[in-house]
Structure formats: C-alpha cells, structure tokens
Design a protein around this ligand. Structure first.
Ligand code: PMP
Length: 436
C-alpha cells in the first residue's frame, strides 16, 4: 500500500493567484495592478499589515469596531458558544438563548414603544427587513396603496434591493435597470421639502420615512437641533412610519445606545448593525414598535413572509452580548462623549488649511474633512490623500470630496492628535506634489 502524503500547509500569499478575490466596492482594474494591503493583525486602535508595519485605525474599519480590536473576551464568548451550540435556525418556534437574551437587552435600551426585535446578518439586510415590515404593515392594515418610501440625500442604507432603491447617492443606484418603485429622496436638512414631498405623493400613499441620525458614509452631516422633533411630529401627523437607520450611530458612537436619543424622539423602527458586535461577527437587525408589530403578533394569519437562514445566529448573538458587556462595563458611552469633544477640537484645526473647504464634526465620534472645490478641480483626489496618510501610518476613509474619520471608542488623546497631524502632513505633502 502506498502512503499518500497530503500537505495542508497554506501557500504563502505571494504564491496565490492575485486575480481571484473580487474586492467589492472597488475598481478591480486598479486594485489588480498594485500590491494588496493585507491586514494581518489588530489590537485596540492599531492594525498591522503582513510586512509587520503598524497603522492607526482611524475609521474603526467600516465605522464598526467600537470597542477596539483584539478583545479576548469576545473571542472567548464566541468559542464557548460554538462549543455549546454553533448555529440553529429560528424559524417557527425555534429559538436559542443568545438570540432571546440579545433581543431583550436591545429592547430594554431602545427608544421605541413596546419593542420587538428582528435579527439579520447586517445593516443592508435589516434595512430591507424594515422596508418590508413597513409595506406589509400597511397591507395587513388594509392600506395596500401605502407603499411609498422617502429617504434623504446623502443617506446610505446598504445595498440590498430596498437599500439600493432608497439610497441618497446616485452612483449606487445606476446600472441595475429598474429598482424598487415608489421611492423618493428629499434634502437631508429640509422639513419643508419633506412635507412638500409627502403632499406631492399623497400622505395616504406614504409608508415610511428613513433617516440616519447623523449621515455617515454620505459625508457626516448632523441634523439641525429641532430637525428630528419636527420629522417625528410630521410623520405622526400624516401617519407615516418613521424608521431610524442607526447602523453607524448606534452602540456609543453618538454617546448613547441608538444615536437618536440625542434628539429625544421615539421612532417606529430602529435599524442597527455594525457596533452591536463591533464587527467581531456579522449581525444586524430591526427594533420594531409594538404598534407596528401588532397585526403580525395579535391577529392570526399574518406571518411576516421574510427572514434569512442565519437570522438569530447564536454565535453572532453571543459575540454581541460580550461586546455590549464591554460597552457597559467600560462605560464607552461616557468615553465617547469625551472623545467627541477631543476629536472635534483637534480636527477643527484643519479648517484653516488651504485645501480644506469645511470640517464637519462635533456630534458623535465621527468627522469629515471636505476638500475645496479648487483642490478638487486641480486634480487632487481624496484617494491620493488617503494613500498618503496610510503610507504615513494612519488609515482614513476617502469618499469623493472628503476624508472621513471614525476611530474606535478606545482612542486616546495622543492618538487623536497623531491622526490629525498625520492628516495635516498628508494634505501638505499632496499639495506640494501638485505644485512640483
Ligand atoms: N445603513 C447605514 C447607515 C450604513 O452605514 C450601512 C453600512 N455602511 C448600512 C446601512 C448597510 O450595512 P451592511 O453593509 O452591513 O449591509
């Protein structure tokens, strides 16, 4: 008998075919030409690439790593849960302890009346769930014509079917043929425009209004002081469901549980994801008011014909519970309020930089540094500044006209100063390069 020797050793990265992994959201035509930035390790606010070089994570990955990287407590909770019950679906009357516990814990903090919790695998799925709950709610209430969904310019709501259809950034909507119909977008800061749109469509045809507490990916735009109180009043007056997308703003990024508490209003639904697990495992969901859940829960024959295989995944829920333990035990809510002030004071010093048109910060641990039209017209790109800053050891996020900042909520003052001084040096270096 011949013995077969099987080698399970992984190939070194250089030996891998570079053209297999499709980086979504990216221009593969460019990505495939250069070396990849391979993130190998992370701890606290720091990342290491596969050369062993260290970088400050100025964006908490994609706005999500609120408790910082490398928390052994979350890894242990995941390990324990995988050993006990890896996964089991929650259709019918099936349940598991972590999903039940997480739902109760989220409900106990949510500014939503008599809340019910739907769990998903991420934010975009949760947005689609909220949109379908809203439309089906009106259908089972005998108002099937109430389907119209209104959202805001700059609003980002994930890229699933409904999310792509209500997103407030045109570049994400084009190229797919017809999207979900009966949607429209209004200016993010105008109550007058929102009311005019409701009247144009006909209030009796509007199902729901979607808004982020502070617009994130669209460029960090905080609302005016009375904006949300007026939105809530308008929605109530016309009987429209008010859906808050707290995917970025939740879990202490705005110093509280869901962001919207800052404006003292109680929406009909809250969509969450990201910071609920700090990204250690994928999870999202929708917190639905008892009034909206009522026909599904209290009347026979109205199951929500919607759900996904991994909804209520016990191991993802265990990661969330461990993450929430850290948020509460270390009071990252209070820490976040302090970091918000520190980040605001540091990043505002960039407002006088000749390449900077505007700095938006001061509500939550998030900021945008917007370039001047002259700089952009001269061919300077945010991607170039992002590259420069990363080469200098600080990872930021580039959107078309701004650099975005949203560090983990465990960042120290010296690290904020380091982040801002590196961004300043990167702006200077790129400006100099364009002069030379
Ligand atoms: N809503 C908001 C406000 C978001 O920022 C995002 C993700 N950036 C989403 C929804 C979609 O979440 P996911 O990428 O997990 O689908």
């Amino acid at each position: 008998m011949t013995e077969t020797v099987v080698s399970y050793a992984r190939s070194p990265l250089e030996q891998l075919e570079p053209s297999r992994f499709w980086h979504t959201f990216s221009d593969m035509n460019k990505v495939v030409q250069g070396p990849k930035f391979v993130v190998s390790e992370a701890q606290g606010v720091w990342l290491w690439d596969d050369n062993g070089d260290r970088y400050l994570d100025g964006t908490a990955s994609l706005w999500y790593c609120n408790v910082g990287h490398g928390r052994a407590e979350i890894a242990d909770a995941v390990h324990r849960q995988l050993g006990r019950l890896d996964a089991y679906a929650v259709y019918g009357d099936f349940a598991n302890a972590p999903a039940l516990e997480l739902s109760e814990r989220l409900a106990s903090h949510a500014p939503v009346a008599d809340p019910r919790v739907i769990l998903t695998c991420g934010g975009g799925e949760a947005i689609d769930s909220a949109a379908k709950v809203a439309r089906q709610y009106w259908a089972v209430r005998g108002r099937p014509e109430r389907v119209h969904l209104i959202s805001r310019t700059g609003g980002y709501h994930g890229l699933n079917g409904f999310g792509t259809s209500i997103i407030g950034m045109d570049r994400f909507r084009t190229g797919y043929g017809p999207l979900v119909t009966d949607t429209s977008v209004v200016a993010h800061d105008s109550i007058e425009e929102l009311e005019a749109e409701i009247l144009r469509v006909g209030p009796e045809r509007v199902a729901a209004f979607f808004a982020e507490p502070v617009i994130g990916a669209g460029g960090v735009y905080a609302p005016g002081p009375d904006y949300f109180a007026r939105v809530a009043a308008l929605c109530e007056y016309y009987g429209i469901l008010f859906v808050v997308d707290s995917v970025i703003c939740g879990f202490a990024r705005l110093g509280n549980w869901f962001g919207i508490e800052r404006w003292g209003v109680r929406p009909d639904m809250i969509v969450f994801a990201k910071g609920v697990t700090s990204g250690y495992l994928p999870l999202g969901g929708v917190i639905v008011s008892g009034a909206v859940a009522e026909p599904f829960w209290n009347e026979p024959g109205h199951p929500l014909h919607h759900g996904t295989t991994y909804a209520g995944h016990p191991t993802c829920c265990a990661a969330a519970l461990a993450n929430l333990d850290i948020l509460e035990r270390e009071d990252l809510f209070t820490a976040s309020r302090e970091i918000e002030v520190q980040l605001d004071s540091a990043v505002r010093t960039l407002a006088t930089h000749p390449m900077v048109r505007e700095v938006r910060s001061g509500v939550g641990v998030m900021a945008a540094v917007e370039l001047t039209e002259e700089a952009l017209a001269a061919g300077i790109t945010t991607a170039e500044i992002f590259q420069e800053s990363r080469a200098r050891g600080v990872v930021l996020r580039a959107v078309p006209t701004a650099l975005l900042i949203s560090p983990p909520l465990v960042i120290a003052w010296e690290q904020i100063e380091h982040l801002v001084s590196t961004l300043r040096a990167s702006l200077d270096a790129v400006a100099q390069r364009h002069v030379d």
